[in-house]
Design a binder for this molecule. Sequence first.
Ligand code: ADP
Ligand code: MG
Length: 258
Amino acid sequence: MVFLQVKDLNVSIDGKKILNGLNLEIDKNEVHAIMGVNGSGKSTFANVLLGHPKYSITSGEILVKGKSILELSTDERAKQGIFLGFQYPIEISGVGYSHFLRNAYNTLNKSLTEDQNDREVFLTVKEFHEYVKKNLNYVGLDQSFLGRYLNEGFSGGEKKRSEVMQMLVLRPNIAILDEPDSGLDIDAVKAVAEAINKLISTGAGVVVITHYARILRYLTKLDKVHVMAKGKIIKSGGKQLSEELETKGYEWLGLEEE
Ligand code: ADP
Ligand code: MG
């Protein structure tokens, strides 16, 4: 059974309709990209998957392993192994970075072991520290970040590296990454892509929301590229679709940049 199924999803906020019958299926071991003009509903879709309370789902379904998750809270959805990397990560003063990671890791591990059976169930404080250090190195952040508050004072690039670092530590079944490459220099884009590749190698499914083909070129695997417009997927294709969009823009699809 496909891990995550989104069926005819209709979503509004303050009475304004944003998603209009969105359909998408993402399985483990699959890598999808979602592209589309600003305001087409990409972030709304990502937020709704994790149960953002501001949006109301007027009809449709979100199924994980065939079961509806619409009634589940955000933490319950995360415990099913769904991870969201934010377009705009929030600074949370007072929440220590390493404390946050360890709590999230321990909480998640209790519920995920049956899905990813090669995962370490319990790590001592020292082992966990080594594990996080390895992943920090991987995305090019140094150890001093562990002594800071979550995202506080991080540069734009550091925030994006930090999002995928958290993803590597938590090892989700499905990761949705909302513009993980926006505003990054070339080295940072490569580092973020390498982190995604590392997650792909664990057998996870990944959805990369992006405006640029560049990050997709670095991925070891890309199964499908979807174009979103006015709250639904209007076209799907392979990797070449992202290249076509990069050179031709959206006009050839009958869409104007907003
Ligand atoms: P994208 O990520 O594709 O750029 P968004 O999902 O962020 O698009 O936004 C889709 C539409 O929904 C936009 O018109 C945006 O203004 C609107 N929208 C999103 N969040 C809110 C909100 N909290 N309040 C009002 N409108 C919103
Ligand atoms: Mg967005």
